[in-house]
Design a protein around this ligand. Structure first.
Ligand SMILES: Nc1nc2c(ncn2[C@@H]2O[C@H](COP(=O)(O)OP(=O)(O)OP(=O)(O)O)[C@@H](O)[C@H]2O)c(=O)[nH]1
Ligand SMILES: [Zn+2]
Length: 299
């Protein structure tokens, strides 16, 4: 498994969790063409796989991916980039205050998770500053798992939940993501190859992800520098599908309905007016859909 990518060099974990576990440094073989290799990829490697200092193997094959977390640079840029492969969960990290949590951010991340076949989890941090429940409840009602975090309390519940999974942490700057990573992956467990440590100082500014092994199995993948998830590559239907509370209403729209406020015959207006859906959710859905069309970037 590729656990770190740094300027064309890949750190691959061999025989993870076994006595012969080691990190192998590799480059991409030319025959891979333009296919990108990302953290989480399961790859076939040839050449010097000893992992000895100075050794360099070659990645010759990328296994089929079970999930892909993708982003485009912004909502209207069709060029997409895979950030992480094969992650099972997307942990959307938000502070309950300082900075204020925003539904637009969470809704956008939910779309990216569903579109990429990851299970979303909402992790609300800084719960000493405010009650997480008002923000959490609507998401829990949608079936999203909600975890809460206070930096001065044991991280056990979150660690238990993440053990054995391959989770991507995603959140804005200042929400306490580093604090969480440090609690989940104590220094002595940290083996990240060439990629600089994540403790703050010395962390380089590249936006590449890095997978950190959890003490009891599984990985958390930190995404330093990845602050937004452009959705240009996500089809409108997939955006709507990420709003299960509205999706049923959208089935009754005329075919080709854009579901935007000015769409005229969008059934979602009726759906919400009749009490089947929440107007706040509809507004959020419309912001995302409009943003994809370059009409707004307010999320
Ligand atoms: N009140 C409170 N503050 C916290 C908590 N967790 C983290 N903080 C503070 O929030 C600030 C940001 O924490 P970081 O862990 O650096 O946040 P980050 O999301 O990694 O931010 P970047 O490093 O910019 O990506 C720091 O001053 C932390 O001390 C918490 O549970 N409660
Ligand atoms: Zn519609």
């Amino acid at each position: 498994m590729v656990i770190a990518v740094d300027r064309g060099r890949y750190t691959c974990l061999f025989d993870g969790g076994t006595a012969t576990s080691r990190q192998v440094h590799a480059m991409r073989a030319r025959e891979l063409g333009r296919k990108s290799v990302v953290v989480g990829d399961i790859v076939g490697v040839v050449g010097d796989t000893s992992g000895a200092a100075g050794s360099l193997a070659r990645i010759v094959r990328i296994n089929k991916r079970d999930s892909v977390l993708r982003r485009s640079a912004d909502d209207t840029d069709p060029a997409e980039r895979v950030i992480v492969a094969n992650a099972t969960h997307l942990v959307i990290v938000c502070a309950v205050a300082n900075p204020e949590p925003r539904t637009g951010f969470v809704d956008r991340a939910l779309v990216a998770a569903y579109a990429g076949n990851l299970s979303p989890v909402l992790c609300l941090t800084k719960i000493d500053l405010a009650d997480p429940e008002p923000f959490a409840a609507p998401y829990r009602a949608l079936g999203v798992t909600v975890l809460t975090r206070h930096r001065d309390e044991p991280v056990d519940a979150i660690a238990d939940y993440l053990t054995g999974k391959l989770s991507v942490l995603f959140g804005h700057s200042g929400v306490g993501k580093s604090t969480l990573v440090n609690a989940l992956v104590p220094e002595q467990h940290r083996q990240t190859g060439d990629v600089a440590d994540l403790t703050g100082k010395g962390r380089h500014t590249s936006s590449s992800a890095v997978a950190l092994a959890l003490p009891d199995g599984g990985f958390v993948i930190d995404t330093p520098g990845v602050r937004s998830l452009g959705l240009a590559h996500v089809e409108p239907d997939q955006v709507v599908a990420a709003f299960p509370d509205l999706n049923e209403g959208a089935q009754q729209c005329p075919s080709g309905c854009t579901h935007l406020a000015d769409a005229g015959e969008c059934h979602l207006d009726t759906w919400v007016r009749e009490g089947h859906g929440n107007p706040v959710r509809l507004a959020s859905l419309r912001r995302l859909l409009a943003s994809r069309l370059g009409q707004s970037t307010a999320t």
